[in-house]
Design a protein around this ligand. Sequence first.
Ligand code: UD1
Ligand code: MG
Length: 446
Amino acid sequence: MTPPTVLILAAGQGTRMRSAMPKVLHELCGRPMVLWPVHAALEAGAGKVVVVDSPAKALEAILPEGVGLVVQPESNGTGGAVLAASAQIDPQAAVVILSGDVPLVSAQAITELVAAHIAAGTPATMATTILADPSGYGRVVRDGAGNVQRVVETKKAGDATSEELQIDEVNTGIYVFNGEALLATLPHLSADNAQAELYLPQVLDLLRAEGQAVAAHKVNDPGLVLGINDRVALAEVTALAQRAIHERHMRAGVTIVDPAATAIDVEVEIGQDTTIEPFTTIKGATKIGAGCTIRHAYIIESTIEDGVSVGPFAYLRPGTHLQQGSKIGTFVEVKNSDIGRGAKVPHLSYIGDADVGEQSNLGAGTITANYDGKSKHRTTIGKRVRGGVDTALVAPVTVGDDAWTAAGSTITEDIPPGALGVARARQRNVEDYADRPRGPLDSEER
Ligand code: UD1
Ligand code: MG
């Protein structure tokens, strides 16, 4: 059998988000909303995945390779979106319709729906679910035989009667159609409804009018099929996505001390026996090894090897690479830098565009002056370097292996291996100063 084509509807305006950005580009756990169903479709083994976008093509830049894009010329409803993708529909294959704003649908849910569709032998199967609060969703009216009679919309008053508003079974916006039946029906959709749009669920009415049955496939976990129309739902669905991410890591051997106080993006990888303490955020494609301790840290696009200690109050920005057994301590910011095996930056430092060799230990208040106002420059610190507190390293600059810096130094010239770099004014003490009469400063004091 030809694997199904998956169409993902994502061309709507998303007015209820009240955003300058298209709704489906809003992120859940670091992944734009629309890419969640795209990933699920690919994982479910779709023959072809096509996203329906609006004419601005805002989604084009983020779609993974091999995922197609078609444009819906005007925002005239979910039916219009599928109509715009007609050329992508293979009459011989099943077509799965997903919604760009129903992100948590899983590959397994898609596979089960397709199996139910095949078992039902109907031209259309709709995924439904029961919701405690079904407001805003299309409600499913069933016929005496338990098949779908029709869907009534409730977004805008005028489509549903008050009895229909009592129905708690909703259309999830996810369907499977036989390509041929869908293609034959789409041209007959009308905009004769409260929103004056082409409603995709009207396809079901039209099929029934021809005497065909429409099957319903009830999804037991409503969390998989919640739609996001506003930012309240975005937060609710994000919380579900986050919980699933946490559970995946915990089951794989990661301790997350307080999941409610920990944010971990979907692409993050974490090794076994790593402990994530509360108030930690880990973003982007960050990789963390095994046996690490991460305390109260904010980490973006970084690579952390095994046995590393981070935080509390650490900020790791993109391009940070912490090698095995290294330590980034309290109030330390690192960016685009490589910290060698066993090296330590324990307190109050900024390390940007730097390479720090293995076993080096940089004193409190070490700052790389990596930016001269025009361009960024690198700082190279060798192995086993001992940095004094309050060392400023004015890049480009190199500190050799086994070298030292004196506390309070502003290092502008390379330090050879094994040398001590001292770059500060000598101290001078003014004797008996406390005993002097107070008055304007004399020349000695100025
Ligand atoms: C839709 C369903 C409703 C269902 C709900 C589930 C219709 C008419 N209603 O309502 O029965 O309960 O989803 O979440 O289908 N889109 C386009 N082009 C358009 C309009 C929408 O591509 O012209 C896309 C949107 O980007 C979105 C999806 O279709 O990803 C659903 O659109 P939305 O306006 O959110 O429909 P709902 O009101 O949620
Ligand atoms: Mg919606």
